[in-house]
Every structure is written in C-alpha cells, then in structure tokens.
Write a protein that binds this ligand. Structure first.
Ligand code: DON
Length: 588
C-alpha cells in the first residue's frame, strides 16, 4: 500500500457539539444512579422512551428497539432508519433472571442465558457497485463522490436489525415499541440547545433540497431553541413499518421510493438490493484485560479486534501506576494504537467476502511481536510500521446503552456516517439516507473522510459491507455485567471506547469522569496524535514532542453513552457524555 503523507481526519466528520471537560469539572463529575434499570442515549426524549418501556415490564431488547426508532425521530443526524449498525446483547445468567420481577419473558425462551450475542445490521454495497466506483477514468479518487452523491448510499440495515432483535429476544409487539417514535414524529418535539447545535451544522445543506428544507428548516430558516420539529412523512413511514414489519421497508413502497430517487440521481440502488438485504447473528470478539472480559464487535467492524489488540499490547504495563495523561501512559497507548490501526487497515473486511485473520491478530505471539517494537522514550514513525502479519489475503452515528432489571444489557451503535448522512431524503419517506460507502477503500492508500488509509481487503464489491469502526462493547467481571460502552466518531470510536474502559479499570474514575475525561487518539495515518484540550500539561506535551510526537488539538470528539454496574452495591451508574448536552442518563 502506498503511504500517504497528506491524510487528514476531517474534523467536521468528528461531530463536535460541546467542548470536552476541564480538570475542575472532571473532579466533581458524577454519574446518574439507579437501582433496577438504566438507559443512556444522546437524546433525552429517546432515553425517556426507553425508561418507560422498561417500567412497563419490557426487557432490554424491547427498550432498545423502542429507543432505536425514537432516535430516528428525535436525533435525526445520527439515529436512523436509513443506515445500519451493530448490537452486542448480553443475556443475564439464569440466577439473575427474574431476580427483580419474577419473570423470564422473551430472550429466546431463556436458551441463551449468560451468553453474549452480536447482531450485524451494517449496510451493504449495491449489487451494481464496483471497486473503482469512486475513481475517475485515470484512477483518481473523485472528491465527494462517496459522501455527497447517491453513489455513496449503502443498502440500509437498521429496520431489519431492530425488527430481528425484537422478534428474537423481545417480549412486546412491534406496534407497542414503535408507538412512542411515531407519536414523537407526528406530534413533534420541542428542540433544546443540544438539538439545535447539531441541526445548525447542516442548515445550509438542508436548503438545497426542497423536501429536506420543508422538514428541517422552519419556513426556510434554521430552527431555534423552543421550536417544535414535526415530521409527518417520517411518522407515515414508521406507521407502515409498525404495521407490515421489514416487508414494508425492503419490499414495499419505501424501497420503491428510495430506488426511484436514487435512479433519478445517478445512484445504483435497485429493488433487488433491498429484497436481498440480510442481517447476521454472530459471536462477539472477546479478550481478557486485568481480569475483565471485553466483548465487542467482530468484522465487518474493526472495533472489537482493534480494541482487543490494543488492550493486549498495553496489559503488562503499569498504566494505573503511571496515571491518566502521563508521558508513559500516552507513549504506550499511542504506540499500541498506531500498530493496531496498521493491522486494522491492512487485514480486516467483511467476513462474507474476505478472510479476517482474527486468531492470528489476537494471538499472544503476534501481540508480543507488536509490543517488542515499541521503543522506550521514542515515537515510532508510522512509515516504519506495516500491517505486521505480512501481505493481506486477497458522520453519522449514535451509541446507546441499556441495562434492564433482569441484568440483560444492550450496547448498540448505529449510523448514517456523516451528520445527517447524505443530507438527502428520498421523496416523502422522511428519513435521511446514509453515505456509508465512504467507509470502503476508494483506492488503496487514499484516505477516507476519517483519514483512514485502508487496503484492498476493504475494497468495494457488490453486496459487501464496508469495514466499520463502530465498537458497541460490554465488559464482564467474573461473568457478571460490569460496563456497557461505545461511541460515535468514525475511526476515533475505537480509542474513545477503549479509553472509557481504561479510565475506570486502570485510573479508577467513576463512569461520568471516564466518559468526560479529555481523549487521545492515533490511527497510524495520519501520523499525528489527536488530543482534546486539557489532556496534556505543557510539560507532558514538551516531553512527548521531544520523543518525536506531533499533536493536533481538536475541541472535542465522540459521545460515549455508558453504564457501569457497581460491583459492591449492584447499583447502575449511567453517564451521558457531556459533549452531547441533548443526551440523558436515566433509570429507576
Ligand atoms: O462505521 C463507521 O466506522 C463510520 N461510518 C462511523 C461514522 C461516525 O461515527 C460518524 N460520527 N462521528
């Protein structure tokens, strides 16, 4: 693969809505505590929907599906039915079942108790897509083609994903769990400052398309705090799904409307793409870290594999002793990230199309080899790091976390890639389409919007799923639920999720501190360390610069919506990331 020197991470793709925390604020940050159940999402009304479902006796999956559809309405940048995602579901062991309510409803008749399962509802490339789709006749990548045109739209997976989860593990009817979302779309909801911050990021784009402007602008002007956003078209689309299930979306008038608009605008989507779409159950990626078990997303996500590689590399080092934000911690973490991202970008892709050498990537031998190349007191230039197994064969997003009264837990991240995805809506369907095709390798060695420099393994192929960084993660301690975590943020999702674990396990922070604390990120290319303000003291910065590190300060990124189970009291600590002021942790 050619090594670029121009890769940048587009900070607009990183989705900043509020600054990271200061040290003084961090010291007093406290999570929201509840005894029975907890929901944490990036939009407070969606959180309330989830809590209501749980209070009415629904389980974590019922609440997840209700929240997923509600976020498509109240968090339209990111929550979606026009995109896709991943879910990690941990089913409480049998001794927990009925602990709180004396019930054992749904959950596949209890067959899977104690297990953790993974659901892949990632978008697929249209059948007409080709590896050079985003290149011109000379083989140059055409800027904007993967992000701003209908060629960038993958076949959406969210509707089938949510409906499949409900059918398999839920206890309530589709109509019951979708009713709150439909009401929020039909009656509208009042916009808060947090919502407005996000809407304003793309007001100018909304004005370009009359059917988008009619919904997301207020008589041609940006919405303001206190205005009501009403979405009758989306309400109608959701009603069709509530009535006819996934058929309405993949075989009915919704698919037809999307295909018609895509064809009119030079896109590739066909009715066959929709009819052929499938979701996939799988096992999560698992690894141990200081006695904890981490369960996260397998390919077509890179998240679980990369998080586990980084954790295995750093495990022998005394991070806790070195401390959060110290020179040794940052040096070790950045070098581990650099190496793990090189492997990510070289060896991972959709398992339906390519062989992912997960066992080798996570083998103690390979990890030891990676660790051995970390040089004390010195940054390794990324140009000296390659995917280390030898040649490979062959903005926007939201995360939410739910724990129910039985101890079942859901960690789910879903996305339309950019904030408001493609920024376009097909006809009267009322929902934004994704631009997820940008996650593929447009050309080996050429960075995508997140600056990821990827290889042929993630090239576009018909029906293939683009490699993702989404990392919905669950952490267990002695087989018992410990943490539910995850975030948006493109490539930075991996480091954000990882750091939420380190901040608790190694640095002793509470859940709120762990998600609020300033972050660090490195991804091999570009060879620069992203930091949020407040992470580096001037002395630490200067020492690390002398060791060869280049820093770029970015105001903030990510939105980790997490839950921690207090191992002594069993209480649930919920933390809405302070970077997402519209969000809320709530429980009962
Ligand atoms: O799947 C991925 O890795 C990306 N499409 C996620 C995009 C994202 O998180 C945008 N949010 N900032």
């Amino acid at each position: 693969m050619t090594q670029p020197d121009t890769a940048t991470i587009s900070t607009s793709a990183l989705d900043v809505t509020a600054p990271a925390t200061t040290h003084a604020e961090l010291a007093t940050a406290r999570p929201v505590t509840a005894k029975h159940a907890m929901v944490v999402t990036a939009q407070h009304l969606a959180t309330q929907v989830g809590v209501d479902i749980l209070k009415r006796g629904g389980n974590a999956v019922d609440a997840t599906v209700a929240v997923g559809y509600a976020l498509a309405v109240v968090h339209p940048c990111c929550g979606n039915i026009g995109g896709g995602g991943f879910m990690v579901l941990h089913l409480a062991p049998s001794e927990n079942q009925g602990m709180d309510k004396g019930e054992d409803k749904g959950l596949a008749n209890g067959m899977d108790k104690g297990k953790t399962v993974f659901l892949d509802f990632r978008e697929k490339a249209p059948l007409k897509a080709t590896p050079t789709l985003f290149q011109d006749a000379e083989g140059n990548v055409v800027k904007g083609r993967s992000t701003d045109t209908y060629l960038g739209v993958g076949v959406p997976g969210t509707v089938m994903g949510l409906n499949t989860a409900l059918q398999t593990y839920g206890t309530m009817s589709r109509k019951e769990v979708m009713a709150p979302a439909i009401k929020l779309a039909r009656d509208g909801f009042v916009l808060t400052q947090g919502d407005i911050n996000i809407l304003h990021t793309r007001s100018q784009d909304f004005a370009k398309y009359p059917n988008v402007a009619a919904i997301f602008l207020n008589h041609g002007k940006p919405y303001e705090v206190g205005d009501r956003l009403v979405q009758p078209q989306l309400a109608h689309t959701l009603e069709q799904i509530a009535k006819d299930g996934s058929r309405a979306f993949y075989h009915g008038s919704i698919a037809q409307a999307v295909v018609k608009t895509s064809e009119k605008n030079g896109g590739l989507l066909s009715l066959k793409d929709f009819a052929d779409y499938t979701v996939q159950w799988d096992k999560p990626i698992t690894c141990g870290y200081h006695g904890y078990t981490v369960l996260s997303a397998p390919p077509p996500s890179s998240g679980g594999t990369t998080i586990c590689q980084i954790l295995q590399i750093i495990q022998p080092y005394p991070m806790g002793q070195w401390g959060y934000g110290s020179v040794n911690t940052l040096h070790t973490l950045v070098e581990a990230e650099r190496r793990a991202f090189a492997d990510r970008n070289t060896y991972l892709g959709d398992p339906a199309f390519v062989n992912n050498p997960i066992d080798e990537l996570l083998s103690p031998k390979h990890i030891a080899k990676m660790r051995a190349t970390i040089q004390p007191g010195k940054a390794t230039p990324s140009s000296e790091i390659k995917g280390s197994l030898g040649p490979a064969e062959g903005q926007h997003t939201t995360h939410f976390s739910i724990v129910d009264a039985q101890g079942n837990a859901v960690s789910i991240t879903f996305t339309i890639n950019y904030l408001f995805g493609l920024g376009q809506i097909a006809g009267n369907t009322g929902f934004f389409l994704n631009n997820e095709m940008d996650d593929f390798t447009a050309k080996p060695g050429v960075p995508n919007s997140f600056g990821l420099v990827q290889g042929r393994i993630n090239q576009i192929e018909p029906g293939k799923r683009p490699l993702s960084s989404m990392s919905p993660t669950i952490v267990l301690k002695d087989g018992k639920l410990f943490m539910v975590t995850g975030s948006p943020g493109g490539s930075t999702i991996i480091s954000t999720t990882l750091e939420s674990i380190l901040n608790v396990v190694d640095f002793g922070m509470n859940m709120q501190q762990a998600v609020d604390a300033p972050r660090v990120h490195h991804q091999w290319y570009p060879d620069v360390v992203l930091v949020e303000p407040g992470l580096l003291t001037p002395a630490t910065k200067s020492t690390l610069e002398k060791m060869g590190y280049a820093f770029k300060e970015v105001e903030s990124w990510g939105a980790d919506e997490a839950i921690l189970v207090d191992q002594k009291t069993g209480l649930l600590d919920g933390a809405n990331d302070r970077r997402r002021p519209a969000g809320l942790a709530a429980g009962y």
